[in-house]
Design a protein around this ligand. Structure first.
Ligand code: DAH
Length: 347
């Protein structure tokens, strides 16, 4: 029996020394120390021993068990450490590898210019408001003194939703003049930027969807001089001092008198040509139309319950894309809508 114990001990110690994984260790523990293990099997036969032999063999069996247990613990610790080390090595981060650069986006050039313009007007006391793009014909046309049958109401120019031509995609932000005067009484100063829609073919200066910035000021004793002053002030702020602009008489049904304001073409500097060919940005005009404006028509004030004998006002509608083109020296309006990042990243 002593030999048997000695053999178990040697086998166990050798097997434990060779074990590499926690699972292998557990298997060996069951094999040698478990209830059905080899050591237990030997101990079960102790009854057959003589009274003198029994304590000797018993002591030896305990010593063998203790030695196997010690070795088992030792291997457990060693294997655990090895596993941990392998894991750490596998997960190691090489801090010398260059990081991935995260590109930070920026505002669309048109929004940059819009933000600039809004800031300037807010500084002059204007309230910035938003309004519906799907609009009633009464706000977009009728109450702005644009009568039935006026060419701008034609189905070839305007996107309508219904057969009665009552609901449409607004063709101008001027609809916001009516909405604002419906809810505010003079003195008032409003700025309403937003999208407008027309059945236009896209070219260097046209698009079926574009942005306008509507302005409206109504109070006592407002004159055309106030209008010119406000517009020249803002142009100087956007384009730098002495922006080259001109006012031309024009007609709008909702203003009287009315005018348009042009900015000198930033590409040909007003000459209308570049190296002997017609400038493609201003079509040879030398000027780019930026906005329509005028003194609010008395009928429009009346349509909003404001007495034209007491109050007067001016209004304007700035084309945002064209203003941005001049501000950022962009030659073709379509670039603004293409959303090609190679273009957008230049601003
Ligand atoms: N709504 C006009 C257009 O789209 C522009 C305009 C002209 C706006 C005169 C105004 C204005 O406020 O007074 O062509």
């Amino acid at each position: 029996m002593k030999e048997q114990l000695e053999l178990i001990k040697q086998n166990a110690l050798a097997a434990l020394a060779a074990a590499e994984t926690p699972a292998a260790l557990e298997e060996l523990r069951v094999k040698f120390l478990g209830k059905k293990g080899e050591l237990t099997a030997v101990l079960k036969m102790m009854g057959k021993l003589s009274a003198e032999e029994r304590p000797v063999v018993g002591q030896m069996a305990n010593a063998v068990r203790a030695e196997i247990e010690t070795k088992l613990e030792e291997r457990k610790t060693a294997i655990h450490a090895a596993v941990l080390e392998a894991k750490l090595a596998a997960e190691a981060i090489d801090v010398t590898i260059p990081g991935e650069t995260v590109t930070v986006g920026h505002q669309h050039p048109m929004n940059q210019v819009l933000q600039e313009i809004k800031d300037i007007f807010v500084g002059m006391g204007y309230t910035v408001v938003d309004g519906p793009e799907v609009e009633f014909a009464s706000y977009n046309f009728t109450r702005l003194n644009i009568e039935e049958g006026h060419p701008s109401r034609d189905r070839s120019d305007t996107f309508y939703f219904d057969s009665e031509d009552e609901v449409l995609l607004r063709t101008q932000t001027s609809s916001m003049q009516i909405r604002f005067m419906e809810t505010h009484k003079p003195p008032l100063c409003m700025l309403a930027p937003g999208r407008v829609f027309r059945k236009d073919e896209a070219d260097a200066t046209h698009s079926p969807m574009f942005h306008q910035i509507e302005g409206l000021v109504v109070a006592e004793n407002i004159t055309m001089g106030d209008l010119k002053g406000a517009l020249i002030t803002i142009m100087n702020k956007i384009y730098g001092h002495n922006a080259q602009v001109r006012f031309r008489p024009h007609h709008f049904p909702f203003t009287e008198p009315s005018c348009e304001m042009d900015m000198q073409c930033h590409k040909c500097h007003g000459t209308g040509e570049i190296d002997g060919t017609v400038c493609s940005t201003c079509h040879g005009e030398g000027w780019i139309e930026l906005l329509g404006a005028g003194m609010v028509h008395p009928e429009v004030l009346r349509n909003c319950g404001i007495d034209p004998d007491v109050y007067s006002g001016f209004a304007f509608g700035i084309g945002l894309e064209r203003t941005a083109m001049g501000r950022l020296k962009i030659n073709d309006l379509r670039l603004i809508f293409d959303n090609d990042v190679r273009f957008l990243n230049q601003f």
